[in-house]
Every structure is written in C-alpha cells, then in structure tokens.
Write a protein that binds this ligand. Structure first.
Ligand code: VAH
Length: 313
C-alpha cells in the first residue's frame, strides 16, 4: 500500500491520481484532515489523519504496512508567516513522526517535498546551485531546510530510503493552491478568464522559478522510481522548470486574451518573501542522477492552463 498524507493539497490531489493510475486505485490511501471536497471520482481508500497525532499515524502504519509514504502535509510560506509556531510544529514534527514510523515499520521509500524557500537573501540568485549559502527567513523555509537535514540524517544513520525535491512555485488548475507566495501565477489565469484583469501582489520585476504541475508530478515519480544507488542527494534535489515575472506571464496570456489587463497591488507581505528567493535554479544534479528534463515551457503551460480552466468552468 502507498500512503499519501496531505492528499487534499495542491500537490497531493494530483499525486494521488497519478499513483492510483500506476499502482491501482485501492493500493493508494489518501490521508488528510478533511475529506476530498473536489472530486467524487476519488473513490479510492481515504483516512482522516492528522500527522501530529502519532497514535493515529501508528494505527495507519499498522493497518496498511505501507511500502511507500508521501508526506505532503505542511503550511506554505505565506500562511506559515501568519502562524509561525503552527507552521514549525506541523512541518517539523509531522516529518519526524513519519521518519520514525517509517523506521519502525520498515517502509521501503519515503517522499518529502522541500522548496526553493530553503534559499534566502544571501543565497546566489541566478542559477542557484545545489550547495550554497542557505539563510531562509520564513518559518516555512526554515522548517524545510531543517527537514532536509533530518532526511539526510535518517538516511545516513538508519539507512532510510527517503527522497526529496526542492519544488519551485507550482502551477496547476485541478486543485486550489494553499497559501503560497507563488500563487499569483495560478490566480492570474482564473481572473484572466473570468474578469479579463488581475491585480498581482508581486511586482512586475519579481522573477521566480516556477513549474507546471504535470512536470512536477512526473519528476516526483521519476525520482521515486530511480535506482537507490543513483540518488546522490539525500537532503533534497534542486528542481528547475521555467522562471518568469508577472509581466512576462501577462504578455504570454495576452497572446490568447488580447485585452487582458494586469495591474499591481503593493505592500503585500508576500513581496518580501519573494524577494528573498532565487530567480532561477540549477538542477544539474537531478538531470545527471535521474534524468530530469522539464517538458512545459511558459507558452505550453499557458495554453494548457487556459484550455483546462475553460473546460472546467
Ligand atoms: C509557496 N508554493 O509559495 C510554495 C512554494 C517555492 C514556493 O514553496 O510557499
């Protein structure tokens, strides 16, 4: 059995579907603190799980004896800044609970997402390398950097096969985003279609590393399927897709919606978070170790987002 904890989130929603397509619906157990409210087709097994309740978690491991566990439950950057102690508690103790139970129940593989949020103001901004100064100044980033250290520790000390990717901002249409700084790049598409305009909370020059969800899901499964001997990074892999600013994204959208109008809101706290992050990522380790290669550039992503959002509404 495969457990996906945080199955209702932006990544979890799509990862559950992808894993069920590969391993069979009844072999992937969706776990979250609330039932999926989006998709009645998601009829596979579901468990109410709070990753901070170790006794409930222990019962779930006991019941399913999972061969793989994906821990996606977390508070993201913007929400985390509104609730720092909860963000630290959930992101950190949730991970430690899973790492311990994976050892106890001899789980073959564990997946845990990190983020470009582990980089900070003094990290190199362009083509940020796998190894460099990392001074994250959001609780989310601090928890992800600490989490990476713990993952590598459990691999080295206990031989746990835990794998991780530093996701850039992820763009998708199936599930709503959850409190991230990069979410402007999702809302802009919804508003372009429904209102013909969007007011961005990040300024025109804010270039951030982004990736289409299809690429992120494919890369995640590619990493999990790779031979363990090929995995040279046990903290978390840099992962690059495409970098752009709100201005560049709006220009791309205008190719399809010519009178789309982008405006800017200032004084949003997310601007400060975005300013601390890289503009682009060097993911040569992922390319070399397990053959990573993105498929969606900005133009292909824009076409796919607009097409699917139009069909969805
Ligand atoms: C966030 N979408 O904005 C997440 C992600 C790199 C960004 O970690 O917090």
């Amino acid at each position: 059995k495969i457990l996906v904890l945080g199955s209702n989130g932006q990544i979890g929603t799509e990862l559950v579907t992808a894993l069920r397509n590969t391993y069979g619906e009844n072999n992937v157990v969706a776990c979250d603190i609330r039932r999926p409210d989006y998709d009645i087709k998601n009829s596979g097994p579901f468990e109410f799980v709070n990753v901070l309740e170790k006794d409930i978690l222990n019962n779930i491991f006991q019941k399913y004896k999972p061969t793989q566990v994906y821990l996606l439950a977390a508070l993201l950057s913007a929400t985390g800044e509104q609730n720092p102690k909860l963000a630290w508690d959930l992101n950190m103790n949730g991970l430690l609970n899973i790492l311990d139970l994976a050892i106890t129940y001899k789980t073959a593989k564990v997946y845990w997402p990190s983020s470009i949020a582990v980089f900070g103001p003094n990290s190199p901004k362009v083509n940020t390398p796998q190894y460099c100064v990392m001074d994250p100044n959001t609780v989310y980033g601090i928890s992800k950097l600490a989490g990476e250290r713990w993952c590598e520790y459990y691999n080295q000390k206990f031989g746990l096969d835990v794998r991780s990717i530093r996701y850039p901002g992820l763009i998708s249409w199936k599930a709503a985003p959850g409190g991230g700084t990069t979410d402007y790049a999702i809302h802009i598409f919804h508003d372009a279609l429904t209102k013909g305009s969007y007011a961005s909370f990040l300024n025109a020059e804010t270039e951030l590393p982004m990736m289409y969800m299809d690429d992120a899901i494919r890369g995640t499964i590619q990493l999990m399927d790779a031979e363990s001997s090929k995995i040279s990074i046990r903290s978390s892999y840099n992962f690059g897709g495409v970098s752009f600013t709100p201005e560049v994204l709006a220009t791309e959208i205008k190719k399809h919606i010519p009178d789309f109008n982008l405006t800017y809101k200032d004084n949003d706290p997310r601007q400060e978070i975005a300013n601390s992050w890289p503009r682009s990522i060097d993911d040569s380790f992922a390319q070399q170790d397990w053959g990573w290669k993105p498929e969606f550039d900005l133009s292909k992503m824009t076409v796919d987002m607009l097409k699917n959002l139009q069909n969805k509404s």
